[in-house]
Design a protein around this ligand. Structure first.
Ligand SMILES: [Ca+2]
Length: 475
């Protein structure tokens, strides 16, 4: 039995290792034909370089060559195959001997080479037609179609997002890969498309409410809305700046004015229908003038003056200081007076209105908004007293303009005046009730003699009389 084991080369080492005690006797011959270890031939396995595959593909058969086969042996002595470190992600994996064997006659020396898994191409095609309206936010995600997944992968492996070229003005912006990634196992082939920012169009305009301003307001101080609300064709409501044209407004005339404006579009908005914003500006009626004031309420009559300046007229008006001042025609005592230079009240009556000292003047004030004010003022007229009146005492007859006659014209402001002249004999030579009539030192057209005469003045209104001498001299 033992002999048989010894003859079986393959089991020889096992026999030795088991360490059986071998006892010899004369009945057995030990035939020791076990080859020594250093008698095995060296066989060098050289793994082909550059072996690999793309991610997701099936592994190829690993290729090698061998040097050191004994004459007569060929590759048929090999059993098994090379193997590699496990893994399917892109990377390098050591090729190992695996279960490759050349049988018992060879010592295999094996040098490892890396097997490489390369990236697979994943095509990212950006979807066409992605857009937003101006002023909208960008979509949360820019969309694309991915093709070329392998190894059971799908969109779920994707990380990051596409991005577009920065900008907010209407136009086209290239969509870029951004941070989008399929991981290390894929090489991305990227097909871009544009993202479009679309112009927003005005579809409707909402005019602001009427604005009311006080009469006389400085136009520059009128506050109109700085923006106008519009609805766009994407049904958003926005406020656009507007510049109003106030040229039509006259704040010195009450009424409602239509003011138009010009919309100021930010880039990104259009007004293809030409909407024009409008607002009504109402100029409120002006408050009417309050009253009239005069610088003087008294005046003194003066014969020989065609017109007498009585007073400066002023109008009390908290809103405006420009007025048209007139006297109401035919009213009260207005006929004796006149307004000159816009605001000066004159006595202008040829009629002395004898005996009258109080006059009522009814003013009509017109302001710039058409308001009128009637305002009655009382004026007191003073006259030179009878005792103060100058009465001439000399006549030089003729027409040289000096003392050609005798009269007391200032008496015309009194009622019931009687003027008389007597000669030294007491004969009345001149008599008149009219202070406008003068005595020219004649009687019935005949000159009176040079000499001394007497005059008397009686004023019924005051009950006063005066007397004096009058000398008629040579011409
Ligand atoms: Ca004279």
């Amino acid at each position: 039995m033992f002999h048989q084991l010894v003859n079986h080369n393959e089991d020889l080492r096992r026999l030795v290792v088991k360490g059986y005690a071998i006892s010899f006797d004369s009945n057995y011959l030990v035939i020791c034909d076990i080859p020594y270890l250093d008698e095995k031939k060296n066989l060098q396995i050289i793994v082909d370089a550059n072996q690999g595959k793309l991610y997701g593909a099936a592994d190829p058969v690993l290729i090698y060559s061998a040097t050191g086969l004994e004459a007569g042996d060929d590759k048929k002595v090999f059993t098994g195959a090379l193997s590699r470190a496990a893994g399917e992600n892109v990377g390098t994996y050591a090729i190992i001997q695996g279960n490759l064997s050349a049988g018992n006659n060879y010592n295999i020396s094996f040098t490892s080479v890396d097997f490489e898994i390369g990236r697979k191409t994943l095509t990212i095609k950006v979807n066409e037609g992605q857009q937003k309206y101006f002023s909208e936010s960008d979509p949360m995600v820019l969309s694309y179609i991915a093709s070329g997944f392998a190894n059971g992968d799908n969109r779920e492996i994707m990380t990051g997002t596409l991005q577009r070229v920065v900008g907010e003005a209407p136009g086209n912006y290239a969509i870029q890969l951004g941070t989008l990634s399929a991981g290390n196992n894929y090489e991305i082939a990227f097909l871009t498309a544009d993202f479009t920012i679309v112009v927003v169009r005005i579809a409707e305009i909402f005019n602001p409410e009427t604005v009311s301003v006080d009469w006389g307001t400085d136009k520059a101080a009128i506050l109109l809305p700085e923006t106008v609300m519009v609805r766009t064709d994407r049904s958003e409501f926005i406020n656009l700046p507007v510049v109003w044209d106030m040229a039509t407004v006259n704040t010195l005339e009450r009424g409602t004015y239509l003011v138009t404006g010009e919309l100021k579009f930010a880039a990104g908005y259009e007004n293809p229908d030409g909407f024009v914003p409008q607002i009504e500006v109402t100029v409120l009626p002006k408050q009417a003038p309050v009253r009239v004031n005069l610088s003087h309420y008294e005046f003194t009559a003066e014969a020989g003056k065609e017109a007498i300046l009585i007073a400066e007229i002023s109008v009390v008006d908290p809103v405006d200081n420009i007025h048209e001042i007139t006297l109401i025609d035919g009213d009260r005592d207005n006929g004796y007076f006149e307004i000159r230079n816009g605001n000066q009240l004159y006595w202008v009556s040829p009629d002395p209105v004898a005996g009258k000292t109080e006059f009522f003047v009814n003013f009509l004030i017109l302001d710039r908004d058409g308001n009128t004010l009637e305002f009655l003022e009382k004026l007191t007229r003073h006259r030179k007293s009878i005792t103060e009146l100058f009465v001439g005492n000399t006549i030089t007859p003729g027409t040289d303009g000096f003392n050609d006659g005798w009269g007391v014209p200032d008496l015309k402001y009194y009622e019931g005046v009687r003027l008389q002249i007597f000669d030294r004999g007491g004969q009345r030579l001149f008599y008149t009730l009219d202070p406008g009539v003068r005595w020219d030192a004649t009687v019935n057209g005949n000159a009176v003699p040079v000499g001394t005469y007497y005059w008397t003045i009686e004023v019924v209104e005051t009950g006063e009389t005066r007397k004096g001498l009058l000398y008629v001299l040579q011409k």
